[in-house]
Design a protein around this ligand. Structure first.
Ligand code: NAG
Ligand code: NAG
Ligand code: NAG
Ligand code: NAG
Length: 294
C-alpha cells in the first residue's frame, strides 16, 4: 500500500511538472509573440519597415532573409585587407551608398546583394544609372531620408527621382525606409544612449540604418572595416582615409572627431560604434579588419 501511494504521488508530480512546463511554454510563446517588435515581424510577406517603390505604387515590403551577411564598411580600413574573396562567399553582401567594387575587388569583393543608400547619395547613383540599375540590376536598394525629401505626394524630390528610376527599370528593387522605421531607429539610439537624437543636433548615419537592416534580415552578421568606439583615442591608431574610394582626402579619425562634437548636423559615428558593441553581446555580430574584442 505504502509503495503504491508513493507511486501515485510520483505520477501526480510527473503530471504536474509536465503541466507546469507546458504552461510555462505557453506563457513564454505568448510573450515572444506579443513582445516581438512589429516592424520585424514578417506579416503579409516582408519587413514592414521597408516599402518598395513600384511604378504602379502597389504595396510591397522587403522580403529578404540571409543566413550569413557581410556588411562592408566604406572606410579606408578596407584597403589592403585582401578580404574580397572571403566577403564574396557570404549569402548576402551589404554595402553602403555608392561605394564602388570595381577596382577594389581584392579588398572589398565584387558581389552586392543590398545597398543601403542615404538620400544625399541618390544623385550619385542616378548620375551613373546604367551601372547601378542595369549592370547591377540584381542589387536591392534601400534608401533612407527625411520626410521632406522622401514624401510621396509629389513634393519629395528624392522620392520623385527614385520613382522615375523605378519606372525606367521596373525590375530593379528599390525600397524606402518608412517613416515609422526611421522613428524606430531613433528610439533605438535613444534607448541605448539615453539621449534624444534630435535634441543633440545629430543625424543617424547610413551605417546605423544599415546595421539595423542587417539585424532585420541576417541571422549572422560579419562586419568588415569598422573601427570600434575607442579606436581613435588609442595612442598609435591607424591613419586611413574616411572612404576607401576617396584616398588622400579626409582622414577617418579626424572626420569622426569633428562629427562627434559638432553642435548641429553631425553624425555620432563614435557613439554609434559603442551601441554596436552592446548589440554584439546579444546578437550574432562579428567585426573584422579591425577585429573587436568584446
Ligand atoms: C569577382 O568575380 C569574378 C567572376 O564573376 C570571380 O572570378 C572573382 O574571383 C571575383 N572575386 C574577386 C575578389 O575578384
Ligand atoms: C559608374 O560606376 C562604375 C562602377 O563603380 C565606374 O567604374 C564608372 O566609372 C562610373 N561611371 C561614371 C560615369 O561615373
Ligand atoms: C541577376 O540574377 C539572375 C538570376 O540569378 C541572373 O540570371 C542574371 O544574369 C543576373 N543579372 C545581372 C544583371 O547580374
Ligand atoms: C533598450 O535597451 C536595453 C538595454 O540595452 C535592451 O535590453 C532593450 O531590449 C532595448 N529596447 C528596445 C525597444 O530596443
Amino acid at each position: 500500500m505504502k509503495g503504491r501511494g508513493l507511486d501515485m504521488k510520483f505520477k501526480m508530480l510527473h503530471w504536474l511538472s509536465l503541466l507546469s512546463l507546458s504552461l510555462t511554454l505557453l506563457v513564454w510563446l505568448g510573450h515572444v509573440i506579443t513582445q516581438h517588435d512589429p516592424m520585424v515581424v514578417v506579416q503579409n510577406r516582408g519587413l514592414r519597415g521597408y516599402m518598395r517603390i513600384t511604378p504602379h505604387r502597389t504595396e510591397q515590403f522587403l522580403d529578404l532573409h540571409c543566413n550569413q551577411c557581410a556588411l562592408v564598411s566604406s572606410s579606408g580600413q578596407m584597403l589592403r585587407t585582401g578580404a574580397g574573396e572571403e566577403i564574396d562567399k557570404f549569402d548576402c553582401v551589404i554595402r553602403m551608398n555608392n561605394a564602388p567594387t570595381r577596382g577594389f575587388e581584392q579588398d572589398v569583393g565584387n558581389r552586392t546583394k543590398v545597398r543601403v543608400v542615404s538620400h544625399t547619395s541618390v544623385p550619385l547613383l542616378v548620375k551613373n544609372e546604367s551601372y547601378f540599375f542595369q549592370q547591377s540590376a540584381n542589387t536591392t536598394y534601400v534608401v533612407w531620408g527625411p520626410d521632406r525629401n522622401m514624401r510621396q505626394d509629389g513634393k519629395g524630390h528624392i522620392f520623385n527621382a527614385l520613382l522615375k528610376i523605378a519606372k525606367s527599370y521596373p525590375k530593379v528593387r528599390i525600397y524606402t525606409v518608412t517613416k515609422e522605421q526611421i522613428q524606430y531607429c531613433d528610439s533605438m539610439f535613444q534607448n541605448e544612449t539615453g539621449k534624444d537624437r534630435m535634441k543633440t543636433g545629430a543625424f543617424l548615419s547610413t551605417g546605423f540604418f544599415t546595421m539595423i537592416l542587417a539585424l532585420d534580415i541576417c541571422d549572422r552578421i560579419h562586419v568588415y572595416g569598422m573601427i570600434d568606439d575607442n579606436y581613435c583615442s588609442r595612442a598609435n591608431h591607424g591613419d586611413v582615409p574616411y572612404h576607401y574610394y576617396e584616398q588622400g582626402r579626409l582622414n577617418e579619425c579626424k572626420m569622426y572627431n569633428v562629427h562627434e562634437h559638432a553642435k548641429r548636423g553631425g553624425h555620432r559615428f563614435i557613439t554609434e560604434k559603442a551601441i554596436y558593441a552592446k548589440w554584439a553581446t546579444h546578437h550574432q555580430i562579428e567585426f573584422k579588419y579591425p577585429s573587436w574584442s568584446l
